[in-house]
Design a protein around this ligand. Structure first.
Ligand code: BG6
Length: 507
C-alpha cells in the first residue's frame, strides 16, 4: 500500500453536520495514529461566515464530542492549528478563484506537492455546480500532483439523474479520480465478508444454490428521521439505504472470487452481481416489494411520533421509511435462490446482519416433538457487536436423541484489543493513498439504479400501491412476512417488537 503524500484537503460544506460529526473526528484519529502525511492542510469552506479561529474552535468541540479516539488536548491543538476556513458560495465562480489563490498559496508556502483532494460534504444538489466551478477555476488540472474528488451518496435520485451526474463528472475528470463514498464499504465487518468467504476453504463450496435455501439481509435502525426530515422526505428508504448500502452488501455476499485484490477486480465482480439481478417487472412490484411508514406508538411508556409528525415532513407524505424486497440473481451460482433485503427506521433495534439460511438435511433422522426442523444458519453481524454466529443442532445429554439448536458465536472484538476504526477513517485514508476498492464505481451506481427503476416507476405511477403503516418500534408491516417463500418461514427477528399494541398514542 502506498504511503499518503503531502496534500491539501478542501471540504465543501464544512459548517455542516457531516463535517462535525464524522469527517473531523475521523481526520483527527488518522492524524493521532500517525496515518496522515507529514504535511497536510485542511481548508473548510461554507456559506456561514467564520474566521480561521472560529472554525478551529468549532472543530475542536466536534472532535471532543464525537471522536472515538482517546483525545488529548495538545494533540487536538496541534491538529486544529493547521485548519483554515474560507467563507464562500458554491455557485459563485469568483469565490472559486479566491479558493484557488488560497490553495495555491498554501501549497507554495508549505505543502509543496500539488496534491489536492476536494470533498463535497454538501447537499447533493450542489455537486455539479461545485465540480464545474472547480474545473472552471483550473483547480482540477494538474502538472505535478494528483486531483481527487470525493462525493457522498445519494449519487442522483434515479437512473437518469445518476447517469447525468456521472456524465458531468466524466466531462471534467477521469473516473479514477472520483471517490464515491458508500460508508458501509468502510465498515470493517463489511470488508471482513471478503475474508470470511475467500480466506476459508470451508464456506465457499457450500456458498451456492445447492446448499443455500435463501439469504436475508437486514439493516434496521431504532432512530427515526431526527433532524433530517426535509432531506428524507424527498429521498425515502429505497434511495437512502437500498440503492447503495444494501445492494453493496448483496454484491459482496453473492460475488464470485475476484482474481486479485485489485480495486477493479473486486468491483468488476460486484458489478457482475448487479448485472445479474433479475429485473423486477413493474406489475410485480406490489408482490415483491413492501413499503411502509412508521406511525405513532408507545415504546416503553413513551409516546413516539409517527413519520408524518416529524419536522420537515409533509403531513400527507407517502415517503417510505421501510422497504423489503424479494429478488433473484440470475446466474449459475444463485439461480432460484431468493434474496430478501429489508431496511427501516424506527424498528425495534439497530442491527445490520446477513443471514445465510442453509437447506435442511435431505432426510430428517431426528424428529423433534414440535415437528420443527432447524436448518443451519450462518449470521454475519455487521453491527453492532460485530461477529459471526453459526447455528446448528447438537444432541442434548441423556437418553434418546433430543436435539437442541446451539450457537457457535464469534465476536469481532475478541480478535484484537484495538478500537475498530470508523468507516470514515478507513475511507479517508484510502482516498489519500488513491485506493478506490471501497468506493462505488460509475457502472455499479448506474446498474443499481437500473435495478430499482421499475420500483420507483411503479410507486410514482400507481397510487393504488399501498404504503403500509407500522407502529414505531415494530419490525415493519406485518405483510413483510408474506414475502418469504416456504410454509412457516419468517424473517429472522433479532429481538421482539417494542411498541405496545394495546395502546395508541395521540400526537
Ligand atoms: C446513511 C443514511 O447513509 O446511513 C441514514 O443516509 C442512515 O439515513 C445511515 O441512518 C445508517 O448508517 P449506520 O452506519 O448508522 O448504519
Amino acid at each position: 500500500m502506498d504511503k499518503p503524500k503531502n496534500l491539501i484537503l478542501v471540504i465543501f460544506g464544512a459548517s455542516g453536520d457531516l463535517t462535525s460529526r464524522k469527517l473531523m473526528p475521523a481526520l483527527y484519529s488518522l492524524s493521532a495514529q500517525g496515518l496522515f502525511p507529514n504535511k497536510i492542510s485542511i481548508i473548510g469552506t461554507g456559506r456561514t461566515s467564520y474566521t480561521d479561529s472560529d472554525f478551529r474552535n468549532r472543530m475542536r468541540d466536534s472532535i471532543l464530542t464525537y471522536s472515538e479516539e482517546k483525545v488529548s488536548g495538545t494533540d487536538i491543538d496541534t491538529f486544529t492549528a493547521n485548519l483554515k476556513y474560507l467563507t464562500m458560495d458554491n455557485r459563485n465562480p469568483d469565490d472559486f478563484r479566491r479558493l484557488r489563490e488560497l490553495v495555491e498559496e498554501t501549497d507554495a508556502a508549505d505543502i509543496k506537492s500539488g496534491n489536492f483532494i476536494f470533498y463535497m460534504a454538501t447537499p447533493p444538489v450542489m455537486y455539479e455546480s461545485i465540480a464545474l466551478n472547480l474545473s472552471a477555476a483550473g483547480l482540477l488540472k494538474s502538472k505535478t500532483g494528483f486531483r481527487r474528488i470525493i462525493i457522498e451518496k445519494p449519487f442522483g435520485y434515479d437512473l437518469e439523474s445518476g447517469r447525468k451526474l456521472n456524465k458531468v463528472l466524466h466531462d471534467i475528470i477521469e473516473e479514477e479520480q472520483i471517490f464515491r463514498i458508500d460508508h458501509y464499504l468502510g465498515k470493517e465487518t463489511v470488508q471482513n465478508l471478503l475474508v470470511t468467504r475467500f480466506a476459508n476453504g470451508l464456506f465457499e463450496p457450500l456458498w451456492n444454490r445447492n446448499y443455500i435455501d435463501r439469504i436475508e439481509i437486514t439493516s434496521s435502525e431504532n432512530i427515526g428521521v431526527e433532524e433530517r426530515g426535509g432531506y428524507y422526505d424527498s429521498s425515502g428508504a429505497l434511495r437512502d439505504m437500498v440503492q447503495n448500502h444494501l445492494l453493496q452488501m448483496v454484491g459482496l455476499t453473492a460475488m464470485e472470487p475476484p482474481s486479485s485484490l485489485d480495486s477493479n477486480a473486486i468491483r468488476n465482480e460486484v458489478l457482475k452481481v448487479f448485472q445479474s439481478l433479475q429485473p423486477i417487472r413493474q406489475e410485480d412490484v406490489p408482490k415483491q416489494v413492501i413499503r411502509g411508514q412508521y406511525t405513532p406508538s408507545i415504546i416503553r411508556g413513551e409516546c413516539v411520533k409517527g413519520y408524518r409528525q416529524e419536522t420537515g415532513v409533509d403531513k400527507n407524505s407517502r415517503t417510505e421509511t421501510f422497504v423489503a424486497i424479494k429478488f433473484f440473481i440470475n446466474n449459475w451460482r444463485w439461480g432460484g435462490v431468493p434474496f430478501y433485503i429489508r431496511t427501516g427506521k424506527r424498528l425495534p433495534t439497530r442491527v445490520t446482519e446477513i443471514v445465510i439460511h442453509f437447506k435442511p438435511t435431505p432426510h430428517h433422522l431426528f424428529r423433534r416433538d414440535s415437528g420443527k426442523i432447524n436448518a443451519n444458519q450462518l449470521i454475519i453481524r455487521i453491527q453492532p457487536d460485530e461477529g459471526i454466529l453459526l447455528k446448528f443442532d447438537m444432541k442434548e445429554p441423556g437418553a434418546g436423541f433430543n436435539v437442541k439448536n446451539v450457537n457457535m458465536d464469534f465476536h469481532y472484538k475478541d480478535l484484537a484489543n484495538v478500537r475498530v476504526p470508523s468507516a470514515y477513517e478507513r475511507l479517508l485514508y484510502d482516498v489519500t493513498t488513491g485506493d478506490s476498492t471501497l468506493f462505488s464505481r460509475d457502472d455499479e451506481v448506474e446498474t443499481a439504479w437500473k435495478f430499482l427503476e421499475p420500483v420507483q416507476k411503479a410507486w410514482a405511477e400507481d397510487p393504488s400501491i399501498k404504503v403500509y403503516g407500522y407502529p414505531a418500534g415494530t419490525w415493519g408491516p406485518e405483510c413483510t412476512n408474506d414475502l418469504i417463500e416456504g410454509e412457516g418461514l419468517t424473517w429472522r427477528y433479532p429481538c421482539k417488537n417494542l411498541a405496545d399494541d394495546e395502546l395508541y398514542c395521540e400526537l
